[in-house]
Design a protein around this ligand. Structure first.
Ligand SMILES: *Cc1c(COP(=O)(O)O)cnc(C)c1O
Length: 329
């Protein structure tokens, strides 16, 4: 695929104005407990308190608000939060939504999509298989595809989170961003580097099944097996025909940190016990990276808590110190 046009500051600002009536401007708070641990000021962007529980509403809204008036419906394949965001943004525009999910997506996320008035269609054991069904809907039924990350309007929407973080902490030295398909990192890093060129961008993924990390190592998009992880929203491939986020992440990322499941669980526990925040595994990786001593020792550090949609029974087990058996190889 030829590379799509990369969104820049003008696109991020236009997206911010477009989506402002539909998304929440989330709080950004200092964390005394983490600042103490890190020895530098640490700020948390509380994006898990976004409507639908994750930043994905920004990109989905920015894309759906730009569809032509005669659009019959929208579809996507998603590990959950993007599907939920598309369902919400479609309903806000009065459009039909069909969300294609893999069997690995937890039940709480499927139910949330149905509760938003969308159809949740369960297909196959990987995000790639679910994606084939979404493509069929586009081909045979004329739906508009809203990709979870690899689209300039989606990246521009996620970049609005970077604008808000740059506003809150203009002198941030490090931003630690959860990394999967790279829409979040591409948008946030491009926005923050445009405003503060010296900021260091750290991508954080899990050791198990991080497709972007493997692709960066290979120098091109590669597929790797999907594995169960506490950071389930960071699972899934980046698309062998990735046309935008792979190149943007490659060019914008300064460091890549990988966490064990125990390190992710430690992040979840810290956020609950010391920050009073309930987040999902994918959103805890930045804090997990601080606690594991894996971030550069410079500050201020800013961390987006990217989502809060965790199964509460799983959360309770992790708080009790139980690392669930999804840790098996
Ligand atoms: C999607 C998602 C991510 C990763 O975003 P990408 O754009 O795929 O890199 C991180 N955290 C949460 C909660 C998500 O839903």
């Amino acid at each position: 695929m030829t590379e799509a046009t990369r969104p820049g500051l003008a696109a991020f600002r236009a997206a911010a104005a477009r989506i402002a009536p539909h998304v929440r401007r989330t709080f950004c708070d200092p964390s005394p407990a983490l600042s103490d641990r890190a020895g530098v000021p640490v700020w948390l962007k509380l994006e898990h308190q976004q409507i639908t529980g994750a930043f994905k509403l920004r990109g989905a809204s920015n894309a759906i608000l730009q569809l032509p008036a005669d659009t019959v419906g929208v579809t996507t394949a998603s590990t959950g939060n993007h599907g939920r965001a598309v369902a919400h943004a479609a309903r806000a525009r009065g459009l039909r939504a069909v969300i294609c999910l893999s069997e690995l997506v937890p039940e709480n996320k499927r139910a949330a999509i149905r509760a938003l008035g969308a159809e949740a269609r369960i297909i196959g054991m990987s995000q790639d298989e679910a994606f084939i069904e979404a493509q069929r809907l586009v081909r045979d039924e004329g739906f508009a595809l809203i990709p979870p990350f690899d689209h300039p309007h989606v990246v521009a929407g996620q970049g609005t989170l970077g604008l808000e973080m740059a506003d809150a902490v203009p002198d941030a030295a490090v931003v630690a961003i959860p990394l999967s398909g790279g829409g979040l990192l591409a948008g946030v890093a491009a926005a923050m580097k445009a405003l503060n060129p010296r900021i260091r961008v750290v991508g954080v993924s899990m050791e198990r099944g991080a497709a972007m990390a493997a692709s960066l190592r290979a120098g091109h998009p590669v597929e790797i097996p999907e594995r169960p992880t506490l950071a389930d929203s960071l699972g899934g491939g980046i698309g062998l025909d990735n046309g935008l986020t792979f190149a943007m992440v490659r060019d914008l990322i300064d460091d890549l940190v990988l966490l064990t499941e125990a390190e992710i669980a430690a992040g979840l526990r810290h956020l609950y016990l010391h920050e009073r925040q309930i987040v999902e595994g994918a959103a805890a990786v930045g804090v997990g990276a601080i606690l594991a001593g894996k971030l550069p020792a410079k500050g201020p550090i800013i961390i987006p808590l990217s989502g809060g949609n965790i199964d509460m029974a799983l959360h309770a087990r992790i708080m009790a110190g139980d690392l669930p058996d999804l840790m098996e190889p």
